[in-house]
Design a protein around this ligand. Structure first.
Ligand code: ARG
Length: 462
């Protein structure tokens, strides 16, 4: 077991099992770059405020840069026996610089160090996730654009309800993902505040310059209470909940893709590149990617619950429980990234089957509302019109007919307001075309919706 930096107060060495249990190096070495960048900013501040001499500061900085370069090139493997990434980097620096390396931790604690590292790591992750969401919105937008004229049944209660277009349906997901982007941006806003300088919990007696370290690390400012600075993990919870809701959307979309690609619907055909076969049933083509995304949603929710539960009973300020934040939020980020990386190309390569969509739309009396609206147009109150239309549907079911094929005489048995123009009014295309209220499924409305999404995407570029 390596000698602990904190060994001074102890007579016995740490039990091997306890040492292993205590260590976070397995998962926090992911933050080695952020840890070293944080230390470089801290060392810069220490010499600019004359807490260290300029020469000391610059030597420490080049030592840290060399450690980072060696880790990046693979020349320096991370020591699996280290207590955590912070101890590992400091020990390596001290190995190289001797006593000077031991000056780096002046006016700082691992408590503010880990808080700053996690914030920096997660803001990078959030950026990457945002750009993957943007790729997904682009893929869904393109599909929506090319499928804007395809009529399909819209559902409520998974029962055929009213005709819509496939393009309009897909645009709904773009709206969800645009809100997800907003939630991530908002979470990053509150995350991007620097806790460094909070020290262990109470601040420090050294004349540190918190504004300088915050600025050097690209933060918008620094945290205003040192106890809160080291014990706040709200930013993990906020990111975790934004990611959970994103997964909810991906999961609902997955469920639809799974339904649509079944033989019962066959509204879409997924590409071979995003489906798998069965080991026994030769005919099978399974939507595994969508199923896995749906399945992994529970995992991200679990990460969020881990974070919330970890925090709920903690007295101020830092407690070791907080070490559990990283595995949960890192897993949430990694899982979301994996899902987004397969989901966007799966949608991009998905083939829409408009004939099947239209056939399904013709079967379920989904123009019954339009039939009622037709009678309203002839002067009948909606409730009375609704009743007549319902009776006609019942008549069709009894006689194995559909609204489009009833004769005018049959219609007139229900109301003498029916005339020849009723057929045009209940034509599926017409039903869709007429719904041009803002946000509706009509052509004009969907054109406006697509323009909004396109404009949003252009605004996120660069
Ligand atoms: N590995 C620890 C963590 O992830 C670093 C902070 C430890 N601080 C302490 N006083 N033990 O939370």
């Amino acid at each position: 077991m390596a000698d602990k930096m904190w060994a001074g107060r102890f007579q016995e060495t740490l039990n091997a099992e306890a040492d292993d249990f205590n260590s976070s190096i397995r998962f926090d070495s992911k933050m080695v770059k952020q840890d070293i960048m944080g230390s470089i900013a801290h060392a810069t501040m220490l010499y600019k405020t004359h807490i260290l001499t300029e020469e000391e500061g610059l030597q420490i900085i080049s030592g840290l840069q060399a450690v980072l370069a060696d880790i990046t090139s693979g020349a320096l493997p991370v020591d699996p026996a280290a207590e955590d990434v912070h101890m590992f980097v400091e020990a390596e620096l001290t190995k190289r610089l001797g006593n000077l390396g031991k000056k780096l931790h002046t006016g700082r604690s691992r408590n503010d160090q880990v808080a700053v590292d996690v914030r920096m790591y997660l803001r990078d992750e959030a950026d990457e996730i945002k750009s993957l969401i943007s790729d997904l919105i682009t893929a869904v937008y393109k599909k929506a654009e090319s499928c804007r004229g395809m009529v399909m049944p819209g559902y409520t209660h998974l029962q055929r309800a009213q005709p819509i277009t496939f393009g309009h349906h897909l645009c709904a997901y773009c709206m969800m993902f645009i809100r997800d982007m907003g939630r991530l941006e908002d979470a990053v806003k509150r995350m991007n505040v620097c806790p460094l300088g909070s020290a262990a919990l109470a601040g420090t007696t050294y004349p540190i310059d918190r504004a300088l370290t915050a600025e050097l690390l690209g933060f918008d400012g620094y945290t205003l209470n040192s106890l809160d600075g080291v014990s706040d993990r709200d930013f993990c919870v906020e990111l975790g909940s934004a990611l959970s809701l994103l997964m909810t959307h991906l999961s609902r979309f997955s469920e639809e893709v799974i339904l649509w690609s079944s033989w019962e619907f066959k509204f879409v055909e997924l590409s071979d590149a995003f489906t798998t076969g069965s080991s026994i049933m030769p005919q099978k083509k399974n939507p595994d990617m969508a199923e896995l995304v749906r399945g992994k949603t529970g995992r991200v929710y679990g990460d969020l619950i881990t974070l919330l539960t970890m925090l709920k009973g903690l007295p101020l300020a830092y407690n070791k429980d907080m070490q559990e934040d990283k595995e949960a939020i890192f897993d949430a980020c990694d899982t979301v990234k994996q899902c987004l990386k397969v989901f966007a190309p799966m949608i991009d390569t998905m083939e829409a089957l408009p004939d099947n969509m239209r056939k399904a739309a013709q079967k379920g009396f989904i123009n019954a509302t339009d039939l009622a609206d037709y009678l309203v147009g002839k002067g009948l109150p909606f409730r009375s019109a609704y009743k007549i239309s319902g009776s006609l549907v019942h008549y069709c079911i009894e006689n194995n007919k559909v609204l489009e094929t009833l004769t005018l005489d049959e219609y007139r048995q229900f109301s003498d307001l029916f005339e020849d123009d009723l057929y045009a009014a209940i034509d599926l295309n017409a039903c869709v075309e007429k719904r041009n209220s803002p946000g509706g499924t009509g052509k004009e409305s969907v054109t406006a919706e697509l323009a909004y999404i396109k404009n949003y995407l252009e605004g996120t570029e660069g």
